[in-house]
Design a protein around this ligand. Structure first.
Ligand SMILES: CC(C)(COP(=O)(O)OP(=O)(O)OC[C@H]1O[C@@H](n2cnc3c(N)ncnc32)[C@H](O)[C@@H]1OP(=O)(O)O)[C@@H](O)C(=O)NCCC(=O)NCCS
Length: 212
């Protein structure tokens, strides 16, 4: 049933369109509107309108929920923190085909896309992207503002530090700790706990460069 609410999406890129499509499939929003700094050049993001620059979120409040659709973890964090400080209503969106255990704990500003699985006693903190067909097993703790890309599989009991980005198709073995701001390349298999601010590639994944 529609909630007579508007969803404002900050960020009108491709990821934003997946967010909009996910929101539309829930059938609860009467309007879905983008804000993006491309506003002066572009008034539409495919099927949805772009109504103003990012900063114009301040003009919206009543009957409005917000979500930030920026793939960049730091940018997403910064905008979500502004929305939290201003006490705006920040949504968490779960695609109807995702399985999310009732016994897990989800923060605000989280998006969980089609066919993702979040198993029992997992904890997903604010602002995480759990992308298409990613699986997060029992007892995992995904700290705030992570991006778990499409097709990532995380085994049970893994901790993923804030701002980490696990690249498409990565796998993570059970009960290890992915440090803050770890990045893994496409297809990496992470078999040991990682160092923070480091890019890992390959099978098994090895550190290849610092991210700072
Ligand atoms: C790891 C990654 C970030 C590196 O990007 P980059 O810095 O632009 O690196 P380049 O494409 O210039 O590649 C540099 C080298 O690393 C290699 N490489 C890149 N990605 C790799 C990967 N995932 N595994 C192993 N090697 C990889 C390249 O083949 C290249 O090797 P070479 O120097 O011998 O030719 C990127 O390749 C990647 O895997 N991104 C994940 C994308 C993703 O998950 N998207 C999901 C969005 S929803």
């Amino acid at each position: 049933m529609k909630k007579n609410k508007t969803l404002i999406i900050l960020g009108a890129g491709g990821h934003g369109r997946v967010v909009a499509d996910c929101a539309e499939s829930l059938g609860i929003y009467t309007d879905i509107i983008f804000l993006d700094d491309c506003f002066s050049a572009r008034k539409k993001n495919a099927h949805w309108i772009i109504a103003g620059p990012i900063s114009s979120w301040i003009d919206y409040n009543d009957n409005t929920e917000f979500i930030v659709a920026m793939g960049n973890n730091l940018l997403r964090a910064s905008l979500l923190q502004q929305l939290f400080s201003a006490k705006r209503c920040v949504a968490t969106l779960i695609h109807p085909t995702a399985f999310v255990s009732e016994k897990c704990n989800l923060g605000l500003g989280v998006v969980i896309f089609a066919n993702a699985v979040i198993n029992v006693d997992a904890h997903i903190e604010d602002g995480c992207i759990i992308n298409t067909s990613a699986t997060i097993d029992h007892d995992c703790h995904i700290h705030a503002y992570c991006h778990i890309s499409p097709g990532v599989n995380i085994a049970g009991g893994v901790e993923v530090g804030q701002y980490s980005w696990l690249g498409i198709g990565s796998s993570v073995v059970e009960y290890i700790t992915i440090a803050k701001n770890t990045q893994s390349g496409a297809g990496a298999v992470i078999t040991k706990s990682t160092q923070s601010n480091t890019l890992y590639l390959g099978i098994p994944a090895t550190p290849v460069r610092s991210l700072i």
